[in-house]
Design a protein around this ligand. Sequence first.
Ligand code: FES
Length: 227
Amino acid sequence: MKLRVKVFRFDPSTGKKGYDTFEVPYEEGMTFLSALQRIKETQDPSLTFRHFCRAGICGTCTVYINGFPKLACKEQVLPYVLTGQEVTVEPLDKFPVIKDLAVDHEEVTDRLKRFRSWVKGTKEEVKIDPSLNRKIQESADCILCSACQSYCPQVLEEEYAGPLFFAKIYRFLEDPRDDSKEERIKQAIEEGHIFHCLSCDKCNSACPKDVKPATLIREIMTFFENG
Ligand code: FES
């Protein structure tokens, strides 16, 4: 059995864009990341893509597989191999491509800094109820893979910060150790334009960690409405 894969290519030195098709012999347990590595080792050493943990934790390997964002290190190739059809692998949509499948995350990183995605507080010891902890965990499970951000149609509107940021903010709004809630809500509205969310739930479907950013966005809106 073989995986037939059409991979997006971009060479920044020439500006050339296009697709290359490769055939990769199937091996038991093969993921798209291992298929890309096999191509790099045996067919084209110039093929460029990001990865780190290989375990669905670091969020660096996200690519589009047949038009849908997936973690390459988690997505098994077998179901695609069994269809016998060619599979398309492309970089994250709406992100500047650096080379082939590697995209530039700088804008996301900069915005995360502006949104201060860390607990901001002075309380030394706070007991967190287990049920509240579970709620916080829903948002803290985000691995910043940008799948939601890339799949959200509304991020094309530049003012709208996007689901990734609101999923992060939610965690701090629920965290009793954080003492800048009012400031965060103000920032979500004025800087992030949270009310521009279309509530289309596309980010919920794209998130590989089941964080459900759209659901969290609706909860943040209730923080605002309840004062
Ligand atoms: Fe870390 Fe895929 S390599 S999430």
